[in-house]
Design a protein around this ligand. Sequence first.
Ligand SMILES: O=C(O)c1ccccc1NCC(=O)[C@H](O)[C@H](O)COP(=O)(O)O
Length: 211
Amino acid sequence: MTDVKVCGIITVEALAAAVNGGATHVGFVFFAPSPRNLSFDGAAALAAAAPDHVRRVGVFVDPDEELLERAIQAGRLHAVQLHRTAPQRTGHLRQRTGLETWTAVAVKGRADLTGARDYIGAADRILFDAKTPASAALPGGMGVRFDWSLLDGFQHLLPWALSGGLDPANVKEAIRRTGAPLVDASSGLENAPGVKSVDKITAFLQAVAAS
Ligand SMILES: O=C(O)c1ccccc1NCC(=O)[C@H](O)[C@H](O)COP(=O)(O)O
């Protein structure tokens, strides 16, 4: 069975759809420019509504330690996911927080994959996500997909996840093609940026369960 992270949840309705549909992880974004950005109060409210068996992952872009600490407490986070980071910084934050730590590796070409090896000993999981354009405001959550064939024959030395442009229509093929142990989606489960669709979340989780 493939694990699923529904990322960018900001309402209890979306949270309930993810939990009831069998998501193993939910993602709370703490990045002000994102349409999915959560306040600390918002994160606390969602955490109070979430059963503990569904892992709460905080999503951060090169965060300072105060933001990280406050978000971890508010969202009672089980894990942190770091974008635009580096191995040493990741290892430092992992040690400081004591939490499971994911790092996003932005992929456009095969050379991008090799950077994942630098996180051995620093991160607990690699999230292979599509590289968003340099001009984009966000490093994730943009519905950009990378060429899954780049993962062909890649030797994964850490637990990993597949992300970037996944939606209810393509996730089965993504799992078949890559063998991903965990899939992560955000904008493909929305009707507009930041507006999650209960129907799309449900359909996504059903498609994963059927794969
Ligand atoms: O989702 C955001 O707004 C976001 C903002 C800043 C950094 C990361 C962000 N999302 C990270 C995720 O884990 C997304 O689920 C992942 O990038 C895939 O997004 P999508 O292509 O929209 O499914």
